[in-house]
Write a protein that binds this ligand. Structure first.
Ligand code: DAH
Length: 339
């Protein structure tokens, strides 16, 4: 019995020396220690051993099992270690390699400027409202007191979808839409894209952006308009900016004006930037025309209001001293990155 056990042990250990895969390691475990393995078979033969020898033989079997088991575990651990080392070698990372550059996009100067304008007006308690780019002729023109024979309605200025629908030529129709809802008072701005049948050049584009403004309440006066827009100009162009209102005509406001700001380049002395005048034209504005109020269901005897419209590109180009509007639409990252 003793020889038999020694033979089993020697054989198992020598097979273990040659083993090179986990599968063959398992085969050996089963062959010697498994339910039908060599050692179990020896244990089954115990009934033929003299009772007084059984404890001794039992102990020998256990010792043999333990030796084989220990060696099996050792070999298994060695194999796992070797596999891990190989894996680490394969996955070596060169931490000194420079990282790949991530090309992040960049906010468009229009977006930057719009966010700035929104912040200013929201800070004064205004709401930001959006209107449709494809608009009824009625909202774009009629409700704004623009008569059928007005030159703005000419096909050379306006893109018509059909006789009733146009690509809006201004953001002013949003005024009518908001007033019609009947919620008063109103303090809103409405930014968005507008369309005119213009040829592209350094200062024109068939599609550009405006920001409309409208305030309607009891006792709103031209002084409110002036104070609000002067504060707006100071926040956009600097504390020492002066403003000047020139009489103008817009069909939907009466009186109407254009607002100029003192040239922030030369502080009013006159330079190339302001074409020597010291002033730069910024926006159109005026007191809401009583006809417009009536067409939009607001009583002009009780309510008054002011409105204004700013060209977004105009502000962005001025602020960043960009002298050609076409650059704004080319989406050249080398240009956009600068702002
Ligand atoms: N809609 C005018 C334009 O496109 C700009 C404008 C002028 C808007 C006066 C107004 C305003 O709200 O009161 O030229």
């Amino acid at each position: 019995m003793k020889e038999k056990l020694e033979q089993i042990r020697a054989e198992a250990l020598s097979r273990l020396e040659a083993v090179d895969t986990l599968d063959s390691l398992n085969e050996i475990r089963v062959a010697y220690l498994g339910k039908k393995g060599e050692l179990t078979r020896v244990l089954k033969g115990m009934k033929d051993v003299a009772p007084e020898d059984r404890p001794k033989v039992g102990q020998m079997v256990n010792e043999t099992r333990e030796k084989i088991e220990n060696r099996l575990n050792e070999v298994r651990d060695q194999m796992a270690k070797k596999a891990r080392e190989l894996q680490l070698q394969r996955e070596v990372i060169d931490v000194t390699l420079p990282a790949k550059k991530i090309e992040a996009g960049h906010s468009h100067p229009n977006t930057v400027t719009l966010e700035e304008l929104e912040k200013i007006f929201v800070g004064m308690g205004y709401e930001v409202v959006e209107g449709p780019e494809i608009e009824y002729d009625e909202y774009n023109f009629t409700k704004l007191n623009i008569p059928p024979n007005h030159p703005a309605k000419d096909e050379q200025d306006t893109f018509y979808i059909n006789k009733d629908i146009v690509l809006r030529t201004q953001t002013s129709p949003v005024q009518a839409r908001v007033m019609e809802q009947g919620k008063l008072p109103i303090r809103m701005i409405s930014p968005g894209r507008v369309f005119r049948s213009d040829e592209v050049d350094a200062t024109h584009s068939p599609s550009f952006h405006q920001v409309e403004g409208l305030v309607v309440d009891k006792n709103i006066t031209f002084a409110d308009l002036k104070g609000t827009l002067a504060e707006f100009a100071r926040q956009v162009f600097g504390e020492d900016t002066k403003v000047k209102f020139r009489p103008h005509h817009f069909p939907f406001t009466e009186p109407s004006a254009e607002m100029d700001v003192s040239c922030f380049k030369c502080k009013g002395a006159g330079c190339r930037f302001c074409k020597g005048s010291g002033w730069i034209e910024i926006l159109g504005c005026g007191m809401v025309h009583p006809h417009v109020f009536e067409m939009c269901g607001i009583d002009p005897e009780t309510y008054t209001g002011f409105a204004f419209g700013v060209g977004l590109e105009r502000i962005a180009l001025l602020k960043h001293e960009i002298d050609d509007m076409r650059l704004m639409y080319e989406n050249d990252i080398r240009f956009l990155k600068q702002f």
